[in-house]
Design a binder for this molecule. Structure first.
Ligand SMILES: C[S@@+](CC[C@H](N)C(=O)[O-])C[C@H]1O[C@@H](n2cnc3c(N)ncnc32)[C@H](O)[C@@H]1O
Length: 281
């Protein structure tokens, strides 16, 4: 398995966890999890959802955090301890599809499944199948909650829409993910409907950063996660996405410290319209 300390995944997971914490809390608050005892955090990463899930379920709730990366689970374990919910949390280093398959074969063992930024074609060859397995892993009346930070619909460069659109395409091309079709990353609602769950719902929970330095999680998220990702995409796939050399240079200037750095513009803001898709077995 790749050492995620070398790939930068740890830095991503920690910055993303801090930036998304408010939206994750708001999303979990909408789920009405009181009294749900067997909860799954599917692809827990750095464990940002574990405290809200454990607290929402109540004192008898037990949350299983599953992730394929050992180092992600170490971060999640530390986070659960620091947030005082360690006694309500356990972990499993495994492929999510195996865990879901086992729960489904047992007739459905989870009262709620939370899956944040995990179901997309970069992780699963067939995301619809992963969601179908989640539905089957639920106990009767169990709730599925698929949360996506909705990266590609976010405003990272307000006032530079054409550049941002091209960067978005460059990023998609760089990840090798399709621009449409049955595995497209915006099909969570379709996948949940196809899984046969009822009461399918969709909410938008905006995460806003303005002024950029009013919240200590905004700058690290942009500087450690977003800007490096977009700049790497511009360099690797910008031309294929229709960017001229001048536009690649402009992206560099806007997203790197210097006279045009967007984070030094008092009018700068970031908007992440996160999505929560839910269904009930
Ligand atoms: C983008 S991160 C999201 C982490 C966390 N849920 C969050 O929202 O911050 C995706 C996580 O899912 C895990 N993951 C991806 N595919 C997986 C699989 N098939 N089985 C288990 N974990 C998986 C990755 O290791 C990573 O920690």
């Amino acid at each position: 398995m790749t050492d995620i300390r070398q790939t930068g995944l740890v830095s991503y997971l920690l910055s993303n966890r801090a930036f998304m914490a408010q939206a994750v809390q708001q999303a979990v608050d909408t789920l009405d999890l009181a009294g749900r005892r067997r909860l799954l955090d599917a692809g827990t990463g750095a464990g940002g959802a574990l405290p809200p899930l454990a607290l929402a379920g109540g004192p008898d709730a037990l949350v299983l955090g599953v992730d394929a990366h050992h180092d992600a689970l170490t971060l999640a374990d530390t986070h659960a301890t620091e947030k005082g919910v360690a006694s309500q949390v356990s972990f499993k280093e495994a492929d999510l599809l195996d865990v879901l398959g086992e729960a489904g074969a047992a007739g459905g063992t989870f009262d709620a499944i939370w899956a944040s930024d995990v179901v997309w074609p970069g992780n699963f060859e067939d995301p619809a199948e992963a969601v179908a397995l989640m539905a089957q892993a639920l106990a009767p009346d169990g709730t599925l909650a698929i949360f996506t930070s909705n990266y590609y619909q976010s405003m990272f460069l307000p006032g530079h829409s054409q550049l941002q659109n091209k960067l978005r395409m460059a990023s998609e091309l760089n990840w090798g993910i399709p621009g449409s079709g049955p595995t497209h990353y915006e099909r969570h609602v379709h996948w949940v409907l196809a899984s046969g769950l009822r009461e399918v719902g969709l909410r938008v929970i905006p995460r806003i950063g303005f002024p950029a330095d009013s919240d200590p999680s905004v700058r690290p998220y942009l500087e450690k996660v977003v800007f490096p990702e977009l700049l790497e995409a511009a360099r690797s796939a910008g031309q294929k996405a229709g960017m001229s050399a001048e536009e690649v240079r402009e992206a560099e200037e806007l997203m790197s410290p210097g006279p045009r750095y967007v984070l030094d513009d008092p009018g700068y803001y970031v908007v992440h319209p996160t999505l929560l898709v839910t269904g009930v077995r």
